[in-house]
Design a binder for this molecule. Structure first.
Ligand code: MSP
Length: 522
């Protein structure tokens, strides 16, 4: 379809602990988009990885009584295992402690900033939040604590290198206002624009410190030509998006092909770094900024952001082991709005699982395949033109409205698929999934209208035309489900295969599954 490129990234995850459901959300959202773009023929590169330097890591390693490298290795191992279980289809996993894959790019970026005259030495005195790995101002504190981590920041005074962020204020503002650097949702652009200002000028940004003395945190990438300093962990981390493509290495063909990124996915807590610092670093290095930042909300637990430091994390393995990968991916794709915060509870998960997977999709698949087997020995012949129209006004599927008189193939081609694609392209994966479940609702209605299990006794041909319509729908559902539930989609494709018929029609060859796709949970 499209022969475009699509470079998508997740933030790199701190390797200080196991990934929880919040991180899982970032991963699944990105993976659905990557798989969708592959499915429409875009040359896709999907990057994820781990953020392994800095104070936070060193302290966590010390707590466990191991060196930082051994410590991050262990966490990275378990992140990779989780990603495998989640069927994350990344093309590369970058690690910031990787001296071959990452360091050359990070150091080249530094040298470019230096060459542009944007780095100078200064003294930093102020507050630092280790949880954020960022300097924080008095104004941002709530009751003397960082509101995100609920911990008091540390007072530090040190010699650092600074980056002339101030120099890029005008250009940054222009990029944001013009939408050249698009932030989705749009309201987040305004939030970022509100950060420009101070000292009576409405268009300023303050310079920021981009290194730390080696003595303070002996775990990071040395500043080129000054090994008494290490690169500030956010500067190190952000450069992963280009180092992973070979920037700064001899073989930089991927970089030349894929940068700038089409979409960088991130949670709202780290937007500032991505919307202000990152594009400014790129401008200084004479590289184009990413095209879009897709910002998602928080997965809450007990009303607060799920986070290790708050101790309210839910373990994705628990859901994977109990319900399977399809169910977890389903939930994260359809049951939440990407741009808002939402609370996950075990009760809600089970309720939705039973209603929409065990009943909705699972039930439709199993009864259709049983009818196909029982009445037509697993071979149903037909074509689009002979499928009878839906009778009943579909009131449940409010978005679809009145379908009376329309056929299933017509509804799919003119309603469902256009909606599905439009939402996927707009990264509204929950709405794309709604289109699929509207089709499931329509197929249920269609079966209720014609009752093929009764019709088969009086008019077998008519029953076959009805069943063919349902199988056609299932086949389309499998296609649309592929990005969000690749495993379930593959199963449906195995159960409902298509072989062309000489007369121009299609034969659906079906099998009855040995066990239901989604076992009901009591
Ligand atoms: N290492 C930095 C990112 C550097 S990118 C150059 C970092 N890591 S993180 O592990 O804390 O977070 C990684 C991603 O997970 C972020 O997008 C973050 O917003 C997301 N989430 C972490 N907890 C989350 C929730 N409770 N809910 C939703 N997303 C959350 O930040």
């Amino acid at each position: 379809m499209d022969d475009k490129k699509f470079y998508i990234t997740t933030p790199i995850f701190y390797a200080n602990a196991e990934l929880h459901l919040g991180h899982t959300y970032t991963l699944v959202l990105s993976d659905v988009l990557a798989r969708y773009h592959r499915s429409i023929g875009d040359a896709t590169f999907f990057l994820t990885g781990s953020d392994e330097h800095g104070d936070k890591i060193v302290r966590a390693a010390q707590k466990e009584g191991v060196g930082p490298q051994a410590f991050v290795n262990k966490n990275v191992e378990s992140s990779k295992k989780l990603m495998e279980k989640l069927e994350i289809s990344h093309d590369f996993f970058i690690r910031t402690s990787d001296k071959e894959a990452h360091w050359p790019g990070a150091q080249k970026l530094w040298r470019e900033l230096e060459a542009a005259g944007d780095i100078y030495k200064g003294t930093y005195q102020g507050l630092y939040c280790v949880g954020c790995e960022a300097f924080i101002t008095e104004k941002e504190l709530v009751d003397g604590k960082c509101p995100q981590h609920d911990t008091a920041p540390e007072q530090i005074k040190e010699e650092n290198y600074f980056f002339r962020l101030s120099k890029y204020a005008d250009e940054m503002k222009r990029l944001l206002e013009s939408g050249e650097l698009k932030i989705t949702p749009r309201t987040r652009t305004n939030e970022m624009l509100a950060l420009f200002g101070g000292e009576g000028h409405e268009n300023t940004l303050s310079d920021i410190s981009i290194s730390r003395p080696e003595g303070a945190i002996p775990w990071g990438i040395p500043v080129p030509n000054d090994h008494t300093q290490l690169m500030y962990v956010w500067c190190d981390a952000l450069s992963n998006y280009i180092s992973a493509l070979g920037y700064g290495r001899e073989d930089d063909i991927l970089f030349k092909t894929f940068w700038p990124a089409e979409v960088q996915v991130l949670g709202k807590d780290i937007l500032r770094f991505h919307a202000l610092l990152w594009p400014a670093l790129l401008l200084s290095a004479k590289l184009p900024p990413p095209k879009e930042l897709l910002v998602h909300g928080f997965v809450n637990s007990g009303g607060k952001k799920m986070s290790k430091s708050l101790g309210n994390v839910l373990d994705p393995h628990e859901f994977l082991d109990e319900y399977g990968v399809d169910a977890l991916r389903y939930y994260l794709t359809r049951e939440v709005s990407p741009t808002e915060d939402w609370d996950l509870t075990r009760e809600k998960f089970k309720e939705v699982y039973n209603a929409n997977l065990a009943n909705g999709l699972g039930n439709l698949v199993s009864r259709t395949l049983k009818m196909s087997e029982q009445y037509f020995a697993g071979r149903v012949t037909g074509d689009m033109a002979s499928v009878p129209p839906v009778h009943t006004r579909i009131t449940e599927a409010a978005v679809l409205g009145d379908l009376a008189g329309l056929t299933i193939p017509y509804i799919i081609t003119n309603e469902i698929l256009p909606r599905y694609h439009a939402h996927m392209r707009a990264h509204e994966i929950h709405k794309a999934a709604d289109a699929i479940w509207d089709l499931i609702g329509s197929l249920d209605q269609f079966i209720a209208d014609y009752e093929p299990f009764k019709l088969v006794k009086t008019d077998k041909d008519a029953a076959e035309r009805v069943l063919w319509g349902v199988l056609y729908g299932l086949h389309e559902i499998a296609g649309m489900l592929t990005p969000m539930m690749p495993n379930a989609a593959a199963k449906i494709n195995l159960l409902v295969s298509v072989s062309p018929e000489e007369a121009g029609g299609l034969v659906f060859v079906t099998k009855v599954p040995e066990s239901p796709l989604f076992m009901r949970k009591e």
